[in-house]
Design a protein around this ligand. Structure first.
Ligand code: AAL
Length: 425
């Protein structure tokens, strides 16, 4: 382009810009941050604030942004944390007759898990091996009374004879249903050739009251996918919501991956709690995460996505419960969260969100050979009815010891020091 032509183009651009100043902003405004997309050219970063599923630029006005705060629970005994008692993988919490109810995996074994192949009929292979589903109630969500066992291990050879773990609760047409992982093999083992180590399908039990007694369906209600499908080995973390008059059961699957497994979440839908469940043709519907945790939100469904994958540490929203988008990015998320979800089973089109639940801390004292997990409480503001500014603060101050705990491995340190001594040109 000749100099002249360039000058004419520039002049034209200035003229156009000058023209737009009169009618619309040409710089991004200071002050109250626009809630709607300003009518001006935006960078990719600013465009996605307004065009994606974010509800605006500031976290304060994003109903699906929250930080998480943690409180130890009162009322559970862990045998002085010697590794013989573990509680983990809490269900969503429900409130019945003025009391909160939660179910969880409880392991009470003579020894802590033996991760090195020494497991047998009484020594667990993993924290969730040789486990049962227990339950507890609470009036305030901080102090809990353990009530006893809800689901015992099944009789061999039924699914769940080795262990029953990782439950979730459903209330449907006047009855309560517990879904759980029903192990036929020792978790972590490859007893049956071609298994993946933590294989299990999902089974379920029913009761007229949250206090039981529970009658097992004695059948697999959500089975592993056929060979070659992403969920062929693992159907973990069943999680039930009622939507459009049906039971929507989300679950985690593991789809191979080398050297680390890739995890994703699927959806299976049924008219009856014991199935048959039809897996959604678009599965997996969430591309990341580990333990499932979802709740009705406005007309759709929101999900806490933590621990693994491209989109870990996000809170996602889907208008149809199938097509999820990132609504917020957060940190220090609860592990295996089971939230209090008052409208989980009301088939609502006006989901109100969540503010608290139980989660677990895992691998406690594993270095001392006493590995176990402990339940704890988390609080957040993912509710349309609460406006807690303290939960909208993104900056987290960590004790340096926490970060140093995640320091370099010896191998990394050697590699990095060697390359510092002999840097590549
Ligand atoms: C959990 C869950 C499932 C896995 C194991 C126990 O937190 O994802 O339940 O099998 O870890």
């Amino acid at each position: 382009m000749s100099l002249r032509l360039t000058q004419i183009v520039l002049l034209l651009q200035f003229a156009l810009a000058g023209f737009s100043i009169a009618d619309e902003p040409s710089v991004f405004p200071y002050g109250s941050v626009p809630r709607e997309k300003p009518d001006m050219p935006l960078s990719a970063a600013m465009s996605r604030v307004y065009e994606g599923t974010y509800t605006g630029l500031d976290c304060v006005h994003n109903e699906l942004f929250s930080r998480f705060k943690y409180t130890p629970l009162k009322g559970f005994d862990y045998h002085n944390h010697d590794g013989t008692v573990s509680r983990r993988d809490a269900t969503k919490i429900i409130r019945v007759n003025g009391k909160y109810y939660v179910w969880y995996t409880k392991r009470d074994t003579p020894t802590p898990p033996d991760y090195d192949g020494g497991a047998n009929d009484t020594i667990p292979s993993r924290d969730w091996d040789l486990s049962e589903i227990w339950y507890a109630t609470s009036e305030d969500g901080f102090t809990w009374q353990e009530q006893g066992v809800a689901i015992k291990r099944m009789k061999k050879p039924l699914a769940g004879w080795r262990s029953v773990s990782t439950p979730d609760i459903l209330f449907w047409k006047g009855k309560y249903y517990l879904y759980y992982q029903a192990y036929l093999f020792m978790p972590g083992s490859r007893e049956s050739s071609g298994t993946n180590g933590d294989d299990c399908p999902v089974s379920a039990s029913v009761a007229d009251s949250p206090d039981g007694p529970w009658t097992p369906s004695n059948k697999i209600v959500v089975d592993n996918g056929p060979p070659g499908s992403w969920d062929q080995y693992v159907i973990h973390d069943p999680y039930a919501l009622v939507r459009n008059g049906k039971i929507h059961l989300y679950y985690k699957g593991e789809m191979g991956g080398e050297p680390l497994p890739v995890r994703a979440q699927g959806l299976a839908i049924a008219d009856h709690p014991f199935g048959p469940f039809t897996k959604h043709p678009l599965n997996p519907v969430i591309n990341s995460g580990h333990e499932t945790s979802l709740f009705p939100f406005q007309t759709g469904v929101a999900a806490l996505v933590s621990r693994h994958g491209l989109e870990h540490n996000t809170i996602q929203y889907s208008p149809d419960g199938v097509n999820f988008e990132i609504a917020a990015i957060t940190g220090l998320m609860p592990i295996a969260p089971g939230a209090y979800v008052p409208d989980a089973f009301t088939d609502t089109q006006n989901g109100r969100g969540i503010t608290w639940g139980l989660c677990h801390f895992r691998n406690l004292k594993r270095d001392e050979g006493k590995s176990h997990s402990m339940l704890a409480r988390f609080d957040c503001d993912l509710s349309l009815d609460v406006h807690d500014i303290e939960m909208k603060e993104t900056d987290i101050f960590n004790d340096p010891e926490i970060n140093f705990k995640f320091g370099l491995s010896e191998e990394q340190r050697k590699r990095i020091e060697a390359s510092a001594r002999n840097p590549q040109p």
